[in-house]
Design a protein. Structure first.
Length: 273
């Protein structure tokens, strides 16, 4: 495999070097890699991945986002690069940069029409995701975030085996059924010896516009039970806000949302030290 010294996980790696599936691009120096994962779709995973990236960038770090959700690539819209296309240097790919300076790689940045479906079988999709790590010139990055596909599919397994992830953030919503599905993703990551940084609970509550009271949409007992049983840390609870759903329209971020994610990103940074 390519030079282990370029691997972010080199110092703590316990893999057999001869059987390690991780390949690294010699042109890259990525310090920390964070996967953002959910047990199922529709819980706001990609939006949360984008908001973490923006928060890290606000703190002065160099940041990239790898869109591994190949069949549902929403990262280009969320980060405002839907009209851009990647370029090439020899056999390598140059990611695009958004207005914040965040580097972005997604299959939608390589196609003529973002509405074109990806009608591929699992091995082809997995191969493309692996190339987004090996063939893309990310350069020097403090943090690379990976927007992973929902569930425990072949692509999620490829990401965990082929990319040296330092930690995973799980995204959930406060429902028993979703918690059960997220548990599968948590157990998968742990079997792959990947650190779970914690859980972000989306759609957790709404703020009453009249009295300011925080109204829980679902009982919090199931969430607390889930966190205790799975030995997971709650990184943050997100309210239902139009500003989250409006990210793809490039509208200004809600200041309250910025504060929440600045706190979440601080926790993540401290955990990865």
């Amino acid at each position: 495999m390519a030079n282990c010294n370029r691997c972010p996980s080199n110092e703590k790696c316990s893999r057999d070097k001869e059987s390690c599936m991780i390949e690294n691009n010699e042109l890259n120096n990525v310090k920390k890699i964070i996967g953002v994962m959910s047990g199922k779709g529709g819980v706001g995973k990609s939006s949360i991945c984008s908001l973490i990236a923006k928060s890290l960038k606000r703190k002065g770090y160099s940041v990239g986002v790898l869109d591994a959700d190949v069949t549902g690539p929403s990262i280009p819209r969320l980060l405002g690069v839907r009209d851009k296309k990647v370029s090439y240097v020899d056999k390598n790919i140059l990611p695009v940069e958004n207005h914040d300076g965040i580097k972005v790689m997604s299959l939608n940045l390589m196609t003529d029409n973002e509405d074109d479906p990806v009608i591929w079988r699992g091995p082809m999709i997995s191969g493309v995701v692996k190339q987004f790590w090996t063939d893309v010139i990310w350069g020097d990055l403090d943090y690379l975030l990976i927007d992973m596909p929902p569930g425990t599919s072949d692509v999620a397994l490829t990401v965990m085996q082929s990319i040296p992830i330092d930690g995973i953030v799980m995204v959930s919503i406060p429902q028993d059924l979703v918690s059960m599905i997220v548990s599968k993703a948590v157990n998968m990551a742990r079997k792959m010896d990947i650190n779970i940084l914690g859980v972000i609970e989306n759609m957790s509550y709404i703020n009453c516009e009249d009295c300011g009271k925080k109204i829980k949409l679902f009982s919090g007992e199931s969430t607390n039970k889930f966190l205790d049983e799975m030995n997971l840390k709650l990184l943050g609870e997100l309210p239902m806000l139009n500003s989250i759903s409006n990210l793809s329209e490039n509208k200004a971020e809600d200041e309250n949302l910025k504060s929440i994610f600045d706190l979440i990103s601080t926790i993540i940074i401290d955990d990865l030290k």
